[in-house]
Design a protein around this ligand. Structure first.
Ligand SMILES: [Mn+2]
Length: 361
């Protein structure tokens, strides 16, 4: 009931009689599954799930505290909602304007007998419950384990796509429902592409390879990046031409983590990382945010961006992932998921962050 209590406190604060939830991500905590179909309606006193034949019995068996409504040709959405609007005297109804298409919104405005208000439920998802933290922790454990496996697996001569396939297979075998997003494997010059999805490029000895991936577990995501040096050349990691930028990214990543604690503005954490990279002369080669919140979606709010003024609170989970990208040469990114605790930050991964060679134990 914590979820509904939180939502009803929010309804009171927003002066709304009810909220109609249509987005996959905001329905998930109510439904227990991820689906784009169906709706959740929460009023000050009651809660409803409206869905069709395909989901009805599954959702009815999962949910407690919600009245179930079967949508079909005799009871279409508009009729069912208008009946509830009348019965529960809903004068103001919040809906997720950023998730509802213009076409649907226009139709609702024309057909629903209430005043519609565009709202965002993002803020309600920023502080995770103990159950959500446990699920994200488990998703992170799968990724952490997979990072160690894939580092030992990578050999010169493999294609990036083979590495991605092995990584995703491993995560599935260890409890992931699916990858949290398209796996990035970017080797050599492709490392300069921050979102270089795994390609047919062959990985060569002496290249850096950046792997950015995550697991979805029980509906929650992890997100992790490590950059490795591909073995097969005899020179030590310290002799690599990109070693200095690796060390700079690592220093920036550690500085950002050290800045995290409740009450600190997100932009201060971004600044902690960005100033290290700027002072090393690579400010222009770090063209993205330092991190983002994570949960049901891989990318949630708030962000560790230069302009984000949101203050950190215990129970938030965010990534810390600075990088440096040198066009034509390669790149480095290192990413952890961090839980904001009462006194600071807990990093949810245990894999080392020093520059490591692939293949070795
Ligand atoms: Mn990320």
């Amino acid at each position: 009931m914590e979820l509904l209590t939180r939502l009803r406190n929010w309804l009171a604060a927003e002066n709304l009689d009810a909220v109609l939830i249509a987005s996959r991500q905001n329905k998930q905590p109510h439904l227990g599954i991820s689906t784009g179909s169906g709706y959740v309606l929460v009023t000050r006193k009651t809660a409803h799930i409206l869905t069709d034949f395909r989901y009805y019995s599954d959702l009815a068996s999962r949910s407690t505290g919600y009245k179930m409504h079967l949508l079909n040709a005799d009871n279409p959405f508009t009729v069912a909602i208008n009946r509830l609007i009348e019965r529960e005297e809903i004068a103001t109804l919040g809906f997720e304007g950023e998730h509802v298409s213009w076409q649907t919104g226009s139709q609702w405005r024309a057909s629903l007998n209430t005043t519609l208000c565009s709202i965002s439920l993002d803020a309600l998802r920023q502080i995770k419950t103990a159950d959500e933290i446990a699920r994200i922790r488990a998703a992170c454990d799968i990724a952490d384990h997979a990072a160690g496996h894939i580092r030992r697996f990578i050999q010169p001569g493999m294609r990036e796509r083979e590495v991605a396939a092995e990584l995703e297979w491993f995560m599935r075998q260890h409890g992931a429902e699916k990858p949290a997003f398209d796996t990035i494997v970017a080797s050599g010059p492709r490392g300069a592409l921050p979102h270089g999805k795994a390609s047919d490029k062959v990985i060569i000895a002496g290249e850096f390879v950046t792997i950015d991936f995550g697991a979805q577990h029980q509906g929650y995501c992890s997100d992790m990046t490590r950059t490795f040096l591909v073995s097969g050349q005899n020179s030590p990691p310290e002799a690599h031409p990109l070693y200095a930028i690796y060390q700079t990214v690592l220093e920036a990543q550690l500085a950002a983590i050290a800045a995290i604690r409740p009450g600190v503005a997100c932009q201060e954490v971004d600044r902690a990382a960005r100033s290290v990279i700027q002072n090393a002369g690579y400010g222009a080669q770090f063209g993205h945010n330092t991190g983002h919140a994570i949960g049901i979606d891989v990318h949630e709010n708030p962000r560790f961006s230069p302009t984000e003024t949101t203050l950190l609170q215990a129970g938030m989970l965010l990534t810390v992932e600075p990088g440096i990208y040198l066009e034509g040469q390669g790149g480095v990114r290192i990413e952890d998921v961090v839980l904001v605790t009462d006194s600071g930050a807990e990093v949810l991964y245990h894999q080392p962050k020093t520059l490591l060679l692939t293949g070795e134990i």
